[in-house]
Design a protein around this ligand. Structure first.
Ligand code: SF4
Length: 491
């Protein structure tokens, strides 16, 4: 019996108060049943996108095949009946939240990878990031005859490839990407090639690994681990890596730029067991806690994380301050999307569905609560209320990122600026609004130090993208400016 997938999956109420990474990409070449490895990789990248997923494979006899589904990878791409339709030694895949056009209203036609048939054969692409001039490109392409089938900005790349006069797919991809602005980490495939590309600033991650006689690209190293692949290196900013049976070739199709990797990957998006640029994500987060304890010490009895995002920073805070660490909040790992159609009563429970306070641990204590970020502030308020209800004497909130004052236009789902708490209130006003005894955010310099930049942030040429904190966008968000978005005025 076939089941019609829901038109959309609503987000859990808890998730509305976090920034959300919008995509993860994965690809494998040179391994029998490559699609099975891709499914495992996507499963490990599920935190980067839970709305939908897709896989395209190629087999010399069966040609290109694809499957796209709403929901979790484990609920779809574990079924033998489906995986048998994706044969071959070459496959790519994608998990997503909605990145453009249809936020929260994804149609199956928007689910990647996208596929295009060209004179020299087919190609599929999966994209993590956001094209900041997609609307202008789409208008131009439609005016000159392109017919779009999805609302995704990634489809622009397929149409630009179709316009390119180059005679092979990698060169068509190069031509297309030279017209594209913004952030992109792309995994693409032809009948014989697996291709990985990062934008010139390297805003979104992409790593290369070796598995058996084959190779894999992944958004994060944690997904290489799950298939037993060895991490070889990051695809470098502005690099295109083409892998065939004959080996690996590297190209530099873009003008050279200073890299601006997303610093929020270190804070929140990437899994703590991943390695970014040779640096453990867990270790960076723990170090953020150390920096926070130095910058914003407070006399208290217990350091508690808001799980899971605040956990490594809380450990670091405890180690540096000498104040004991305790799991004062337990997270129910099984909430997920269980309540697909929550009743009003369940909705009102909100955060309580996912987090519960360990009364025996917090009662009568002065608590230092460590969270990864404050976006709208609704979750923080609720947690503070729950901890005080459980008998805590004080709640001191410490945040492992600077105030999130600006939206991200590079592949992260952010509320509009007027919904961001830090864009509308001073730190003191936020403290009063959240009802906490004290509130401190890590400084931007402290965050850079924790990420390995011992001298902090270089104000003239920042080492990372930090636009959501600083308002300094490394790539002009052209479409948003056309729609009336105002950039920060220079000092
Ligand atoms: S704006 Fe923030 S979330 Fe977006 S890429 Fe830059 S640092 Fe990352």
């Amino acid at each position: 019996m076939s089941v019609t997938p829901p038109a959309r999956l609503p987000s859990h109420p808890f998730d509305d108060d976090k920034l959300r990474e919008e995509c993860g990409v994965f690809g494998v070449i040179g391994m029998k049943d490559a699609a099975n490895f891709v499914a495992l990789g996507l499963h490990a990248l599920q935190h980067r996108g839970q709305e939908a997923g897709g896989i395209v494979s190629f087999d010399p006899d069966a040609g290109f095949n694809s499957a796209r589904r709403f929901g979790y990878v484990r609920d779809n791409f574990t079924k033998t009946s489906l995986m048998e339709t994706l044969p071959g030694k070459l496959a790519i895949g994608h998990v997503r939240y909605s990145t453009s056009g249809s936020k929260g209203q994804t149609a199956i036609r928007d689910v990647q990878p996208f596929f295009g048939e060209f004179a020299m054969g087919g190609a599929a692409i999966a994209h993590n990031g956001n094209i900041t001039n997609a609307e202008a490109l789409r208008r131009e392409l439609i005016n000159s005859g392109s017919i779009f089938q999805s609302s995704s900005d990634t489809e622009c790349i397929i149409h630009l490839m179709a316009r390119s006069i180059q005679r092979n797919i990698p060169d068509k991809i190069k031509d297309a990407l030279l017209r594209v602005e913004g952030a992109f980490s792309i995994v693409a495939m032809t009948r014989s090639k697996l291709i990985g590309v990062r934008d010139p600033l390297g805003v979104r991650p992409l790593v290369l690994g070796r598995v058996g006689d084959g190779y894999a690209f992944s958004s994060e190293t944690c997904a290489l681990d799950i298939i037993g692949a060895e991490y070889l290196r990051d695809v470098e900013p502005g690099e295109m890596v083409v892998i065939t049976e004959d080996g690996i070739e590297s190209y530099r199709p873009f003008p050279v730029s200073e890299p601006r990797f997303c610093i929020f990957e270190h804070v929140y998006f990437s899994r703590p067991d991943s390695v970014i640029g040779g640096r453990s994500v867990y270790e960076t987060r723990r170090q953020i806690g150390v920096e926070l304890a130095r910058e914003a010490p407070v006399d208290a009895d217990l350091v508690c994380p808001v799980p899971d995002g605040g956990t490594p920073a809380a450990i670091g805070f405890s180690q540096e301050s000498g104040i004991p660490y305790g799991m004062g909040i337990t997270r129910n790992q099984y909430v997920g999307r269980t309540f697909i159609e929550p009743t009003e009563q369940i909705r009102n429970m909100g955060v309580r569905l996912k987090l519960n306070i360990n009364r025996a641990l917090v009662e009568g204590k002065r608590i230092i609560l460590v969270d990864d970020s404050v976006v709208r502030g609704t979750t923080c308020r609720k947690i503070r209320e729950m901890i005080l209800d459980a008998g805590a004497a004080e709640v001191h909130l410490r945040i492992a990122s600077p105030p999130t004052e600006w939206p991200c236009f590079y592949g992260v789902d952010t509320p509009e600026r007027d919904k961001l708490l830090a864009a509308n209130m001073t730190e003191k006003e936020m403290q009063l609004h959240l009802g906490v005894t004290s509130l401190k955010f890590i400084s931007l310099d402290g965050l850079y130090r924790a990420a390995g930049e011992t001298s902090g942030r270089n104000v003239l040429t920042p080492q990372y993208c930090d636009a959501c904190f600083s308002g300094e966008y490394p790539v002009r968000p052209a479409d948003m400016i056309d729609k009336g978005f105002s950039l920060k005025r220079s000092a």
